[in-house]
Design a protein around this ligand. Structure first.
Ligand code: ATP
Length: 605
């Protein structure tokens, strides 16, 4: 079994995020062979392109100027051969570089998602899921275009630049110097504007993520939007968000446009000056017309290379911004650290009925997003093997929080939670969680088939055992009535099922998980009286012999419990049986009275 890697404090540590594309080197390493081949193709194409200048010179001096037709044919043959080589080299370069771009981005997406799944829930309270989604999709797409094209353009242009300058130097030293004095004038604005583009790119990607976040929230909760007739208001707020993104993009575009303008003006002016000097040399007979033509050819190549580099520099800077945002995700640390001890399943099985199995020892807990409010305090109690313990208390008392600590979604700041005699922090996280079957307050369903949704609890479950679990949870009948039965897709968030039906699916999942400890969070609250009775009947054999914690508001559950723990404002204020608590706990009596009355009212309806 693969164990989650050990992770430590701090959620996102921006300081440690190493900016730039170099952080992605580990993702490139597996494709060294492809990279070497792409580089060879790159060198071949750049070399061929550079040789074309010589071809032009031959064409003019040996073919045209000498008036020899054989010379012309010969020069043209060489030219065509070079063009062929250029074509094939470009084909290989494009294919290989694009392949590497696609592959690396696919790997990055997989790595980021796999890493995110190991982070504790508090990370997602601080970082909105839709913003993360935008990083995984749009930022990686940007990276892909950069790795897949801009980077290759930058490399090719650099080669052309160096090669072109070398050719020029050999051909005509004086003219080359004139050309090269222009280079710093081009480089300075490239660096200056490039930096600004990079900062603005990051802002612009952040704004795009905001647009995505707003959109997904409104569409996910479309019924609430429409029920509160909020459409116009939401549309206006969305427009404001989109406009902010637009404004940031415009600033970025302005910087890039300036960059392009400067580069074209400066490099072309350089060529103009050089042509003037070169033209004078041809007139005086110091160099041939072919020399000047090929010199011009190389100058254009050099200028084109500088232009291309400055163009893609902006892209590379944008990608560095995107890379930073993705790196932040990859380097995010979970606040919950997995232990390194195998869960003692044997010891767990040997714990006899009535012996202590779970213990909360002087626990105090504050949610990371609400550090001044203790959701649980001075909390000490234990649960015995096979016991059915009901947790009762007003809304916000901290009942669900107890479950969250047991599953180690969070760790208490003080005290400890013990399972089978050991602090649960010591166990491997996935080992620990495998020992609990949770029926949460809100059933989460995925846009998959009923089979997939039920099988989520146990990937090895056969179709027969899934159907059996569904019938035990009183869910088989309504599933069979769906248009494709168990093969029906449930829609995003299971929108095709009623609240009660979803809860029964959740119970069937818990049945399938077959874990030794059951955590039921108001498991039957959305059921009508008849379904509830059936589900209760199904739960009973499941709970038999199993340690069960039930967060209960329903009378039936509380009456069946071996013990009831009453909580209020994060503390245990009383425990005992129903009859005992009626005598000793005023809060419990009040809650029970309310339930009795409701129950009576319901019966008399
Ligand atoms: N993720 C969270 N971040 C910050 N505070 C939270 C979070 N979840 C719960 N709380 C707060 O912790 C307290 C206990 O919440 P909890 O959900 O455990 O109560 P509960 O007893 O289960 O209530 P209910 O019966 O309404 O489900 C509440 O005051 C709640 O506002």
């Amino acid at each position: 079994m693969s164990k989650p890697e050990n992770v430590e404090n701090a959620i996102v540590d921006r300081e440690r995020v190493d900016s730039g594309i170099k952080t992605f080197l580990p993702f490139l390493r597996p494709y060294r062979r492809h990279i070497v081949l792409a580089l060879i193709a790159l060198v071949v194409t750049a070399g061929t392109m550079l040789s074309l200048g010589k071809g032009v010179q031959m064409l003019i001096d040996q073919g045209l100027a000498s008036g020899s037709e054989a010379g012309l044919t010969h020069a043209l043959m060489i030219f065509i051969a070079l063009v062929f080589l250029l074509g094939i080299g470009s084909f290989c370069r494009f294919y290989l570089v694009s392949w590497i771009g696609e592959r690396v981005v696919a790997d990055i997406r997989q790595a980021v998602f796999a890493h995110l799944l190991t982070l504790s829930p508090s990370f997602f309270e601080d970082n909105s899921p839709s913003e993360i989604q935008s990083r995984i999709t749009s930022d990686t797409t940007l990276l892909q275009s950069v790795i897949g094209s801009s980077l290759s353009i930058a490399l090719r242009s650099s080669l052309m630049l160096i090669g072109g300058i070398l050719f020029l130097l050999v051909m005509h030293f004086k003219l080359t110097l004139i050309l090269l004095t222009c280079v710093p004038f081009v480089i300075v604005p490239v660096v200056y504007f490039g930096r600004r583009v990079r900062r603005l790119s990051r802002d612009s990607q952040d704004e795009v993520a905001n647009v995505g976040r707003y959109l997904s929230q409104a569409l996910r909760h479309i019924k609430v939007v429409q029920a509160f007739t909020h459409e116009k208001h939401d549309a206006q707020r969305f427009s404001a968000t989109v406009d902010r993104a637009f404004n940031v993009s415009v600033k970025r575009i302005q910087q890039r446009s300036w960059l392009t303008l400067m580069v074209i003006l400066l490099s072309m002016s350089g060529i103009g000056v050089m042509l003037w000097f070169g033209g004078k040399d041809v007139i005086s007979g110091a160099i041939s017309a072919g020399d000047l033509a090929s010199f011009l050819f190389y100058s254009i190549i050099v200028a084109g290379a500088v232009g291309a580099i400055s163009e893609v520099m902006g892209e590379l800077q944008r990608a560095a911004g995107a890379a930073e945002r993705i790196m932040e995700l990859l380097s995010a640390k979970s606040v919950v650290v997995s232990g390194s001890t195998e869960f003692p399943s044997q010891r767990m099985a040997e714990i006899r009925q009535g012996e202590e199995v779970i213990k909360f020892d002087n626990v105090e807990f504050r949610y990371p997003t609400r550090p001044d409010y203790a959701a649980l305090k001075n909390l000490s109690f234990s649960i015995k093997q096979g016991e059915m313990l009901a947790l009762v208390g007003p809304s916000g008392a901290g009942k669900s929080t107890l479950f969250e600590l047991l599953l180690r979604f969070y760790d208490p700041q003080q005290g400890g939670v013990y399972l089978a005699g050991e602090n649960i922090k010591e166990y491997f996280l996935d080992d620990l969680r495998q020992h609990f079957a949770l029926v949460p307050q809100e059933t989460v369903l995925f846009d998959q088939t009923v089979y997939d949704n039920l099988g989520y609890a146990n990937r090895n479950a056969s179709k027969e055992s899934i159907q059996y679990a569904a019938s035990q949870a009183n869910a088989h009948e309504f599933i069979a009535r769906l248009d494709k039965g168990y093969e029906t897709r449930l829609g995003e968030d299971g929108v095709r099922l009623s609240g009660g039906q979803r809860q029964r699916v959740a119970i069937a999942r818990a049945i399938l998980k077959d874990a030794p400890i059951l955590l039921l969070d108001e498991a039957t609250s959305a059921l009508d009286a008849e379904s509830e009775n059936k589900v209760q009947a199904a739960l009973e054999p499941l709970m038999k012999g199993r340690t069960t914690l039930v967060i209960a508001h329903r009378l039936a559950t509380v009456l069946n419990a071996d013990r009831i723990v009453v909580m209020d404002q994060g503390e245990i204020i009383a425990q005992g049986t129903h009859v005992e608590l009626l005598e000793t706990c005023a809060l419990y009596k009040r809650l029970a009275d309310l339930q009795f009355n409701q129950h009576d009212d319901a019966q008399s309806d």
